[in-house]
Design a protein around this ligand. Sequence first.
Ligand code: GLV
Ligand code: MG
Length: 304
Amino acid sequence: MIRPRRSCLAVPGSNPRFLEKAQQLPADQVFLDLEDACAPLAKEGARHAIVKALNEGDWGGKTRVVRVNDWSTEWTYRDVITVVEGAGANLDCLMLPKVQDAEQVRALDLLLTQIERTTGLPVGGIGIEAQIEDARGLVNVDAIAASSPRLETLVFGPADFMASINMKSLVVGEQPPGYPADAYHYILMRILMAARAHGLQAIDGPYLQIRDVEAFREVAGRAAALGYDGKWVLHPGQIEAANEVFSPTQDDYDHAELILDAYAYHTSAAGGAKGSAMLGDEMIDEASRKMARVIATKGRAAGL
Ligand code: GLV
Ligand code: MG
């Protein structure tokens, strides 16, 4: 099942006010965070606050995700057990941060399977999102993408990634001064190729200058242009921008529907069963149909 993820809202699990407020916001996805937005001493309380918010809140059809801590910590197993035993029926996916190899995803898959069996949840029902946040995760990204049928997305984590490779910049998502091209191009493309090769969604991570919505649009636009499905949002002000940037424009959507109609007609017996056809001055063929279908599918999901 492909869930909409144009805007993926980060919600600190330790903040009851945000857990409440996030429910009304128009993000496609929320992820309730037990990792970096949650101080070590607040993690145990946050696990229970998240269970309560998932079970008692009205999330209005949003994709509901919890980000657990990574396997190098002492917290992961309790995060998973508390959240999934407590609220597994009201949870769509777990997000695993700092994934470095396929085994880490498989370990989470096995633990989920046991909890699902024990609690009577459908086995395999809870999906996994894997964050790629360092060099090791990136060099292993193909194996990670193939690691589990539960996997739904690969998520680029620019802040941890920049730190892990010593990139010379302190502003997450911005270009490091001194490099004359796009310093993120290779990383974004590498993740996107692995995701697409395995039928997964590709999601871009956060932009931390939350008051600068125009800059957010620009950074989000880079990922959207390559084919990414969505981006994290850290503030309500970034949500509309993300939903717009990761949806086709009305013109592109209308044009895509026209291509699909024209192609369906010209390849049918009534239209002469041709392999290619003209739509105005544009030649369209089977490959054009596939491109149009991508845009039309996104546009229909966005309600255009
Ligand atoms: C997100 O987790 C990031 O590190 O950018
Ligand atoms: Mg991170």
